[in-house]
Design a protein around this ligand. Structure first.
Ligand code: AMP
Length: 437
């Protein structure tokens, strides 16, 4: 069906058939997060532009090229959030969330916006699940965070997960490493792309993030950050790795992992799924011990991660499986005058006033004012298991098994029919998605 309008480039509609998978992913994730003691924060999808420029970093691709920035009617510069950590830290400070508990565990789920070149697994609006632990500096916090990260991915159905870990050092050792990198890349600058030559001036660490093929041989020979770590950073990193081993989380050290945001200190990590290939991480995170202070708050070490929901869903099954959901029953009005009765009877079968997901029948009515035989045809087309007719006969409501094409015993009341339908469903299981004829 042609429309004058299409979805904006780089965005997508999540249609019935796929949206059910999103709901399942969100609930499995919320469940795991809540078991680890995390609580949700919902921030606005736009913030003051400066919030992102100051935290994500002026020299990052996100800030240089990918922000959706606009002025509102009063000339304030606002930006659609490209990530969730900066808004969450803003909210944490604005509402003094750290005062009630010095270890604050928060999470978010929502859409993010980046003006990137669209390709498989890369969108301009995409969804992230993110969690942040604010307060503790100890390596055990990093380990718990990576453990949580890992189990959210497992609960979502990812079987093979490789966690890559690295340390970016701190305010003592990172500047030393940055200079070593600058010296190395300066000597090779004629082999670098234009962007990387620019990064050489602003932040040479960002060069390690470059995806341009011609830069890769230069990157491969770059000095490793792990050789530049100061003693406390090295001890921290060793303890994180030992903790992951103790918890049985399989990990690889990835000395060139820098991540695309400037606020990270010490531990950074990413996860890859066999299904997505090496280019596309399913999620990542790291420690950001300076960010709260940079936002004007007290010194507060913190660590967090985010997971791309489209990527996670792609890694665990096909996107876009627009299949209909089959109803347990359709209520057919035998005469147009029985339409209200059909609507009311269907409602009592749904039992919505005492909602219990175990007892939830899906019951539909064709409200198109069509003949009984047209309603039956429709019921069969959408895969309804049973059709029920109103008004009832003197001895009860007629019920037809749509698959077998035969009549069942009449049912005395909505309540008895409801129990009968639930019993039938218990015997054969809920109607499978997408089995309509
Ligand atoms: P980042 O905030 O860049 O560390 O990204 C964290 C995760 O979000 C990535 O590992 C991806 O799974 C996902 N992600 C980031 N950018 C995009 C995008 N443009 N489209 C889809 N997913 C993305």
């Amino acid at each position: 069906m042609a429309s004058k309008f299409q979805v904006p480039r780089g965005t997508r509609d999540i249609l019935p058939g796929e949206s059910e998978r999103w709901v399942v992913l969100e609930s499995s994730t919320r469940d795991v997060l809540s078991r680890y003691g995390y609580r949700e924060v919902r921030t606005p999808i736009f913030e003051a532009t400066d919030l992102f420029v100051r935290s994500v970093g002026e020299a990052t691709d996100i800030v240089r090229k990918e922000l959706y920035t606009f002025e509102d009617r009063k000339g304030r510069s606002l930006t659609l959030r490209p990530e969730g950590t900066a808004p969450l830290v803003r909210a944490y400070l604005e509402h003094s969330l750290g005062q009630t508990d010095p270890l604050t565990r928060l999470y978010y789920i929502g859409p993010m916006f980046r003006y990137e070149r669209p390709q498989a697994g890369r969108y301009r609006q995409f969804w992230q699940i993110g969690a942040e632990l604010l307060g503790p500096a100890a390596p055990a916090a990093d380990v718990e965070m990576i453990d949580l990260f890992y189990w959210i991915l497992r609960a979502a159905g990812l079987a093979e997960i490789t966690v890559h870990v690295n340390s970016l050092g701190d305010a003592t050792c990172r500047p030393v490493y940055r200079e070593r990198l600058r010296d190395y890349f300066t000597a090779q600058s004629d082999r670098l792309c234009g962007d990387c030559r620019e990064r050489l001036k602003t932040n040479p660490l960002r060069i390690l993030d470059c995806k341009v093929p011609s830069c890769q041989p230069v990157l491969a020979g770059a000095p490793s950050v792990l050789d530049s770590l100061c003693e406390p950073c090295r001890e921290h990193f060793d303890a994180v790795r030992a903790g992951l081993d103790a918890l049985g989380i399989s990990q690889e050290t990835a000395p060139r992992l820098v991540r695309g945001l400037d606020y990270y200190t010490r531990t950074v990590f990413e996860a890859y799924a066999a299904e997505l290939g090496a280019q596309n991480a399913v999620g990542g995170g790291g420690r950001y011990d300076e960010l709260v202070r940079e936002f004007g708050g007290p010194a507060t070490p913190a660590i967090g991660f985010s997971i791309g929901m489209e990527r996670l869903l792609m890694a665990t099954g096909p996107l876009e499986v627009g299949q209909p959901a089959r109803p347990d029953a359709c209520v057919v009005a035998r005469e147009p005058s029985a339409t209200w009765e059909a609507l009311k009877f269907a409602r009592s079968l749904r039992n919505v006033d005492r909602y219990d997901p175990q007892d939830a029948l899906r019951v539909m009515v064709d409200p198109g004012g069509r003949s009984a035989s047209a309603q039956l045809k429709w019921a069969s087309k959408i895969g309804a298991r049973f059709a029920v007719f109103v008004p009832p006969d003197p001895d009860g409501y007629p019920v037809r098994d749509m698959e077998a094409g035969k009549d069942e015993a009449k049912q005395k009341s909505a309540e008895s029919l409801r129990h009968w339908l639930l019993e039938r469903r218990r015997q054969v299981g809920p109607a499978p998605e997408g089995a309509a004829r």
